[in-house]
Design a protein around this ligand. Structure first.
Ligand code: SAH
Length: 207
């Protein structure tokens, strides 16, 4: 099922980065899905993981991962650990991952699964709109929840020439925005529409 998912939903839709494809072939997605939904783990859509949150559609995880042009040992900040699946994909690609999740129960569950699969990822419970300053600067950042704008703290924690991706928009519709830090400024590229659960947090963030 995993091979079929990669062929039809990922490679079949234009994701060509070999390292991304190999990571999707190696990470057992069913482990990140609640037991009663396991038979749907390889379907072409998001699934509920409890606490009103979701594990993203495989293609969206692949698109966001591929857009970051990753190299081994890059330091990455993830906001919204959720199920831990996106984190596992990044760790499988050899990245050094720091992930922030606001719901403690999800952070704990994801941490346990990732550990049981042998991935070493640092997870913090907190408000990800503030980033994770302690380990900054990061080569890349990935925000897996939608918000009205790119949070300044996260952008500030990126290295020069670093990249970050985030769904930007309202509750109904967001665009996947890829940001590159050039001479300290944001250069944005719109990769198209998507729908994510919302980033909640400080800075007057609307729910
Ligand atoms: N990357 C996840 C998908 C996460 S869904 C996966 O692969 O499964 C979005 C997650 O963002 C949810 O778990 C939600 O609790 C979390 N979230 C929302 N607002 C947040 C914030 N301000 N800081 C950290 N996490 C947040």
């Amino acid at each position: 099922m995993r091979k079929r998912m990669v062929e039809t939903q990922i490679a079949g839709r234009g994701i060509t980065d070999r390292n991304v494809i190999d990571a999707f072939l190696n990470v057992p997605r069913e482990k990140f899905v609640p037991e009663k939904l396991r038979e749907y783990a390889y379907e072409d859509g998001p699934l509920s993981i409890g606490e009103g949150q979701t594990i993203s559609q495989p293609f969206i995880v692949a698109l966001m991962t591929a857009s970051l042009c990753l190299e081994k040992a890059m330091k990455i900040l993830e906001i919204g650990t959720g199920s831990g699946y996106q984190a596992a994909i990044l760790a499988e690609m050899g990245c050094d991952l720091y992930s922030v999740e606001r719901v403690e129960a999800l952070a704990e569950r994801a941490g346990d699964i990732l550990k049981s699969l042998g991935y070493e990822i640092r997870i913090k419970v907190g408000d990800g709109t503030l980033g994770w300053e302690e380990f900054s600067p990061y080569d890349r950042a990935i925000v897996t929840a939608g918000g009205p704008a790119i949070p300044n703290h996260i952008f500030a924690q990126l290295k020069e020439a670093g990249k970050m991706i985030m769904p930007v928009g309202d509750t109904v519709y967001q665009d996947l925005i890829l940001v590159t830090k050039k001479c300290g400024r944001m250069v944005k590229e719109n990769l198209g529409g998507c729908q994510f659960v919302l980033l909640k947090g400080a800075e007057g963030w609307k729910e």
